[in-house]
Design a protein around this ligand. Structure first.
Ligand SMILES: NC(=O)c1ccc[n+]([C@@H]2O[C@H](COP(=O)([O-])OP(=O)(O)OC[C@H]3O[C@@H](n4cnc5c(N)ncnc54)[C@H](OP(=O)(O)O)[C@@H]3O)[C@@H](O)[C@H]2O)c1
Length: 271
């Protein structure tokens, strides 16, 4: 499967590196385009076999999967440029532009003269894609099951991926993309606590990060449940439950839920 990635910024670069380094596709089957050469040169220095170009049209020509990784306000301009070069029967298009849903994408391609429209995917990865640990959501229009499965398999190599109805994309973004910031805010708070307990800041952060990795890995077991894992740590009358209850008195769980709800677009807020 050949990828043509338009835009070599944070997301385009992370995706290109992730694809090439995970072995999901051969580096030589990834092409990246960007208007300025500096980011392309940096990418080439990191993975010499990746193809780079300043021409978006050249970038899409050989691709099976075209990924639009430009800012949302650049999307229409890029679609107008590349749509005439896309063969809708052979190629699929994925957009990672946040907040631009399938209907808007379809309109852009229709306006650019695409007929029929190519199969379109709207993807929401998170920044951990750079470490191949993204939780990526995707929804599609005009795709088929085989392509869905191929793309899911590729994005699962870069963490995990879920195909969802479009109505769940914002909820997924809040839980998994804003969720990175939420989790890191916990890391920051726990690190400060660790310093107060006597560790140097760098050690405390390392300890907290490894503890989080450990906690997440406990949930990988078949049928695992967060509360059951908490029960294993909380000796009746012990110190852990005292700490947890003190956190709850300060509103920990409620603060997390309220944070998630507040991050949803107003039109989709529940509660
Ligand atoms: N960063 C994230 O965590 C994240 C997460 C999920 C989704 N996204 C989405 O990913 C998209 C890209 O975000 P980003 O953070 O990667 O932005 P970014 O770092 O600014 O990257 C955008 C890239 O697009 C290039 N570009 C601008 N005009 C172009 C054109 N006409 N043709 C080809 N390339 C062009 C820019 O080139 P120059 O800078 O060289 O001009 C830049 O390298 C956004 O739509 C965002 O919503 C980002």
């Amino acid at each position: 499967m050949k990828f043509g990635i338009i835009g070599a910024g944070n997301m385009g670069r992370a995706l290109a590196l992730g694809l090439a380094q995970s072995g999901a596709v051969k580096a030589a089957d990834v092409c990246v385009s960007n208007p300025h050469t500096q980011k392309l040169e940096q990418l080439k220095a990191a993975v010499p076999d990746v193809n780079v170009t300043t021409s978006n049209v050249e970038c899409v020509r050989e691709a099976d999967v075209v990924v639009l990784a430009v800012k949302p306000w650049k999307l229409a301009e890029v679609v107008a440029e590349v749509a005439p070069a896309i063969d809708s029967r052979r190629q699929v298009v994925c957009s990672v532009a946040g907040g631009v849903g399938l209907t808007a994408l379809q309109e852009m391609f229709a306006q650019a003269g695409a007929n029929p429209l190519p199969p379109l995917y709207y993807l929401i990865p998170n920044t951990a894609i750079a470490q191949r640990q993204s939780m990526t959501f995707m929804c599609s229009a005009g795709s088929n099951r085989e392509t869905d499965e191929c793309l899911l398999a590729v994005f699962r190599q870069l963490g995990d991926a879920m195909l969802v109805e479009e109505r769940l994309m914002n909820a997924g973004m809040v839980l998994a993309s804003c969720g990175i910031a939420n989790a890191l805010r916990y890391v920051r708070a726990a690190t400060e606590g660790g310093v107060q307990l006597g560790f140097r800041a760098a050690d405390a952060q390392h300890i907290v990060a490894q503890t989080l990795r450990g906690a997440a890995s406990l949930l990988d077991a078949e049928g695992a449940h967060a509360e059951a894992e908490i029960d294993k740590v909380t000796t009746p009358g012990g110190l852990t439950i005292r700490g947890l209850n003190a956190m709850e008195r300060e509103g920990f769980s409620n603060a997390v839920v309220q944070g998630l709800l507040a991050a949803m677009p107003e039109s989709e807020r529940r509660g």
